[in-house]
Design a protein around this ligand. Structure first.
Ligand SMILES: Cc1ncc(COP(=O)(O)O)c(C=O)c1O
Length: 394
């Protein structure tokens, strides 16, 4: 069976990480990595998470299966964190999923099962795993223009124009906030226009919500998604807890279905549960139990919010500091967009040979599409990194 199998194409980001590990230079810097880093370059366990974990260790009495939906209290807490009161909860059904990727995958398979002819429209560019997971669900895909990398600008008019070709029943995949890889987000007026478009054309919005709290705040980051949810009859949401709770390896996420009426939500949810039953049967418990404990304990929740605010404020400070350093070094406003964008990522908009030069000459590792992880910037080296970049692109 395996004698004619060709190796899958190498994952570029993982390849870069390997090259970084082997680089002997002391001052090397990895801006390609996809996790939050603090000012020491670490990705620590949050204190609120650690406390919940210790409590869980003491109180847990069984390792029996959690059931196909997962932890119901976790699901209810996630629904209120993400949706607020934008939608009547009897029209919503939520299940726990193994990370945002797990939620995206099972929801994509649900689309494949219930609307196999639908085309899923996704942004160009988008998170590199969207396309493969939609293909795994055997869905048709098309991309809409989203971002002009050269000028650091959102292409909203181009996006809306491309979407005018979408057919009723097609699916519109959008990033809830902190767009990966561009950091360019929709404003509220644009979310409202998207809601109108979905209503007008009968499109199903599918929101990938992986960075809640990493942009401007928990409420602010959810505002666009909630506006959309308050207007459309049906919607899918894949939420991740990997970044905002720092529980990457525990695989915690939630898949949400909103339907026009409670009975439709319930019927669709049974299909989703039948998808998950066949793929992984039951979700893992540990990470979701921790998130549930943090969200239901007022003390832990407020500790978590403080830690989340600290992560976000660090990234906002790095954004403005780095944009300023680049302005000074380049004597231009070319990189000012970095200060206006949100979340962990931005694209520098520089050429592949410039990226190679920055790596070779300065040991700074940047992904081939020029995406950098803002959180990977060391606070005390902004000028040095800006100088290295500017000297390599002139
Ligand atoms: C846009 C986007 N969606 C989903 C995910 C998936 O996150 P998780 O690690 O929870 O599967 C990521 C992670 O990098 C992401 O950037």
């Amino acid at each position: 069976m395996f004698e004619n199998v060709q190796a899958a194409p190498a994952d570029k980001i993982l390849g870069l990480m390997m090259q970084f590990r082997e680089d002997p230079r002391d001052n090397k810097l990895d801006l390609g990595v996809g996790v939050y880093k603090d000012s020491h370059g670490d990705t620590p366990v949050l204190a609120a998470v650690k406390s919940a974990e210790l409590r869980l260790f003491d109180s847990q009495k069984t390792k029996a299966y959690v059931g196909v939906q997962g932890d119901k209290e976790f699901c209810a807490e996630m629904a209120s964190l993400v949706l607020g009161d934008s939608v009547s909860m009897d029209r919503a059904r939520i299940c726990q999923a193994p990370g945002g990727t797990g939620a995206l995958s099972i929801l994509s398979m649900l689309i494949g099962r219930t609307a196999p002819d639908a085309t899923v429209w996704l942004s160009d560019p988008t998170w590199p795993n969207h396309m493969p997971l939609l293909k795994n669900a055997r869905l048709k895909t098309q991309q809409y223009p989203y971002y002009d990398t050269k000028n650091g600008k959102l292409l909203f008019d181009g996006m809306m124009e491309a979407l005018s070709a979408a057919k009723p029943g097609d699916v519109l995949l959008v990033h809830g906030c902190c767009h990966n890889p561009t950091g360019a987000d929709l404003d509220l007026a644009q979310w409202a226009a998207i809601a109108d478009l979905c209503l007008e054309k009968g499109l199903l919005p599918f929101v990938d919500f992986a960075y809640l709290g990493f942009g401007d705040g928990l409420e602010e980051d959810a505002a666009g998604l909630r506006l959309l949810a308050s207007k459309v009859p049906e919607m899918l949401i894949a939420a991740s807890c990997s970044k905002n709770f720092g529980v990457y390896r525990e695989r915690v996420g939630a898949a949400m279905i909103i339907a026009a009426a409670p009975a439709q939500a319930e019927a669709t949810f049974t299909q989703l549960m039948s998808v998950t039953r066949a793929v992984y049967s039951m979700p893992p418990d540990h990470g979701a139990a921790i998130v549930r404990m943090v969200l239901t304990d007022p003390h832990l929740k407020s500790e978590w919010i403080t830690e989340l605010n600290d992560m976000r404020n660090r990234m906002l400070k790095l954004r403005s500091g780095f944009a300023e350093a680049l302005r000074r070094e380049s004597n231009s406003s070319r990189f000012d967009f970095i200060a206006d964008q949100r979340g962990m990522f931005s694209r520098l908009g520089i050429a592949p040979e410039e990226i190679d030069r920055i790596r070779a000459d300065h040991g700074i590792y940047i992904v081939g599409d020029s995406r950098i992880n803002i959180a990977g910037l060391p606070d005390n080296r902004l000028d040095e990194v800006a100088r290295a970049i500017v000297s390599s692109i002139e």
